[in-house]
Design a protein around this ligand. Structure first.
Ligand SMILES: O=C(O)C(=O)C[C@H](O)[C@H](O)COP(=O)(O)O
Length: 196
């Protein structure tokens, strides 16, 4: 979470585009890449992106233990999920792989604390009350760190990143549909300079 201020949330339709995409993002300064399991190409994309020097490639949208096992076979380096269940949380924390589960309420965070977790994705960030809501949640959970994701843009990211418990933000704005690799690299460079 401290490697770069923005974790690009990637939806990859064609695994053949994965490696050049990862190269463009890493060149632009974003090394931590979240490949969502929203497409059939995702597992192959993780394998492809892992070939890119400097890239740290994880799996996002992991919602079941079956998916967790699948992405571990592809050597995903971290796991992100939109929410937190005891079953999935126990399986992932037991494995030792870094895990960033989504939380939106105090109860979600407490379930995470029960599992020994203190780092969370705040999701869906904007529609769950935005920065105001996270500030209210972070007060009692002073030991926790957050990565808000969902509805964040280059324009709004700096305000989030200025809040101390936020180590990074996640977002899909760095890889807009139809963007060229040169455009992605430029967006990544701008994103990697945020909050500095
Ligand atoms: O797929 C997942 O694992 C998710 O949990 C959701 C994504 O992190 C957000 O949908 C990204 O939000 P946008 O930047 O607004 O596109």
């Amino acid at each position: 979470m401290r490697t770069s201020p923005v974790i690009p949330v990637l939806v990859i339709e064609d695994a053949a585009t994965a490696r050049p995409l990862a190269e463009a993002l890493v060149k632009g300064g974003l090394r931590v890449l979240e490949v969502t399991l929203r497409t059939p190409a995702a597992i192959e994309a993780i394998r492809e992106m892992k070939q890119v020097p400097g890239a740290i490639v994880g799996a996002g949208t992991v919602v079941s233990t079956d998916q967790f096992e699948l992405v571990m076979k592809a050597d995903a380096e971290f796991i992100v999920s939109p929410g937190l269940t005891d079953r999935l949380g126990s399986a992932i924390t037991g494995s030792g792989v870094p895990f960033l589960p989504g939380v939106a309420t105090a109860g979600d965070i407490m379930r995470g604390l029960d599992l020994g977790l203190e780092h969370f994705k705040f999701f869906p960030a904007e529609t769950s009350g935005g920065l105001k809501a996270l500030k209210a949640l972070a007060a009692p959970f002073y030991q926790c760190k957050f990565c808000p994701t969902g509805g964040i843009s280059a324009a709004t990211a700096p305000e989030w990143l200025a809040f101390d418990p936020i180590l990074c933000v996640g977002g899909s704005w760095v890889t807009p549909k139809g963007a060229s690799m040169a455009e992605v690299e430029t967006l990544a460079r701008e994103a990697s300079a945020l909050g500095r």
